[in-house]
Design a binder for this molecule. Structure first.
Ligand code: GLV
Ligand code: MN
Ligand code: MN
Length: 424
């Protein structure tokens, strides 16, 4: 493992965590020359893992890469046989994203261990900081692959993937010295981990509006993602009269507006997004023969999400029929709503109060690796205020003082767990 990039020797832990996220926001830790995109298994991903491995080692951890190419740092406890506490978040980013969505939770985990190590403290259990690789799904058409591998919920067929340039997941893994055939060996044995803690920026405006640095998350909304392929007939833009066209782009446009209309009409926490759209053959003088787009639908109530999804898919079908188009829809991602563990929420509240902060509970509309890890063990999620609630955007911003509060809360939470685990 190479040593960590030289960031912030004299900074407080929270500020250093923020500074390290900033350091990872540009090449060689980004796949974009300007701005941040770090896809799973790209050169930038590998460079960021190398830097992080150095920071983990400096903090006193033994570092390894697991079978799913997650980076894991372990800080042993006094009882080598005791189940471990995992602390994690993701190292990948969306395209042209912010620097803190994901990496901040990892860097704060490293700082928590660094603080224990500096004080010569060992807990009754090991701490493992895990940097997941594919939370966003921004390279391959699937999300949370690596946390699903760790939680043991990933099916082997889910690994038959290629990215937008046609590069197979198996080949991308091989470039980094990993074998797709052994990917699922990243699964942790049930009982080997007693809890999962994630700290993450809120990605919403609530904490800022209430003047709060942090909050305890109660649960994460259910998600579903679809890939839609619309097929028409490519044709001459100058000679094909309007009634004779089977225009895939015009059909897709009507479908996108239907998605928005149905979600707006629901007027609950339901949200639906078309975030990516493409058309072919892609010339100004050719009627589009093909169009494809994604749909992302979420609600805290999975039944509500599913009702809306059913309505949207029926509407897509009608639009396609009315326009003489083909329409193929594939469900590519389906995660149930994930409540956080009630006892860990209480511990988190106590840690927040112990850090001198008001206690506030809130739900997460954004997805997190924690929702997948809930299949393996009880989960806790701590939200940190971000400016304007802006995220998935280069303008994402976190105040180092808030990161410091989050670090103190995490240390208080870990301490309280240490006390309660002694009683087990
Ligand atoms: C992850 O950022 C998600 O909520 O999609
Ligand atoms: Mn994100
Ligand atoms: Mn995230």
């Amino acid at each position: 493992m190479v040593s960590g990039a030289p960031v912030g020797g004299a900074l407080a832990g929270g500020a250093r965590a923020v500074a390290r996220c900033d350091a990872l926001g540009a090449p060689p830790f980004s796949d974009l020359p300007d701005g941040l995109y770090r896809g799973y298994l790209t050169p930038a991903y590998r460079a960021a893992q190398d830097a992080l491995a150095g920071w983990m080692a400096e903090a006193g951890m033994d570092v390894r890469r697991d079978a799913a190419a997650n980076l894991v740092g372990r800080y042993d406890g006094t009882d080598p046989a005791a189940p471990a506490l995992l602390i994690g978040s993701h190292l990948d980013s969306v395209r042209d994203g912010g620097r803190y969505d994901g990496p901040l939770g990892i860097m704060l985990g490293v700082e928590a261990v660094a603080a224990l190590h500096a004080g010569g403290r060992r807990l009754p259990f090991a701490l493992e900081v895990i940097a997941f690789g594919d939370e966003e799904g921004s390279r391959f058409p699937a999300a949370m692959l690596t946390s699903r591998a760790v939680a043991g919920t990933l099916a082997p067929e889910a690994l038959e993937l290629a990215d937008g340039e046609g590069a197979a997941l198996a080949d991308a893994l091989a470039e980094g010295g990993r074998d797709v055939a052994t990917y699922l060996a990243a699964a942790r044995a049930p009982g080997s981990v007693f809890g999962y803690l994630e700290a993450h920026i809120e990605q919403g405006p609530l904490l800022e509006a209430e003047g709060l640095a942090v909050g305890t998350v109660t649960g994460i909304a259910a998600q579903a993602r679809y890939q839609v392929a619309v097929t028409g007939v490519a044709g001459q833009a100058g000679t094909t009269s309007m009634p004779l066209r089977r225009d895939a782009v015009a059909g897709a446009a009507e479908m996108v507006l239907a998605v928005e209309r149905i979600a707006r009409a629901d007027a609950s926490d339901l949200v639906a997004t078309v975030g990516r759209i493409a058309a072919g053959p892609g010339a100004a003088n050719v009627i589009a023969g093909e169009a494809s787009f994604t749909i992302d639908i979420r609600s805290g109530d999975a039944a509500r999400r599913d009702r809306a999804a059913g309505e949207i898919l029926r509407e897509l079908d009608w639009i396609a029929q009315a326009r003489g188009l083909g329409c193929a829809v594939e469900l590519v991602h389906d995660l149930p709503a994930s409540p956080c563990d009630p006892e860990l929420m209480d511990l988190m509240d106590a840690a927040i109060a112990g850090a001198g902060q008001p206690v506030r509970r809130l739900v997460s509309g954004a997805g997190h690796d924690a929702m997948v890890m809930a299949a393996l063990c009880p989960t806790a999620l701590l939200f940190i205020r971000c400016r304007g609630g802006v995220s998935h955007n280069p303008a994402e911003h976190v105040d180092p003082a808030d990161a410091e509060v989050a670090l103190q809360v995490m240390l208080g939470f870990i301490d309280r767990l240490g006390v309660s685990r002694r009683d087990v």
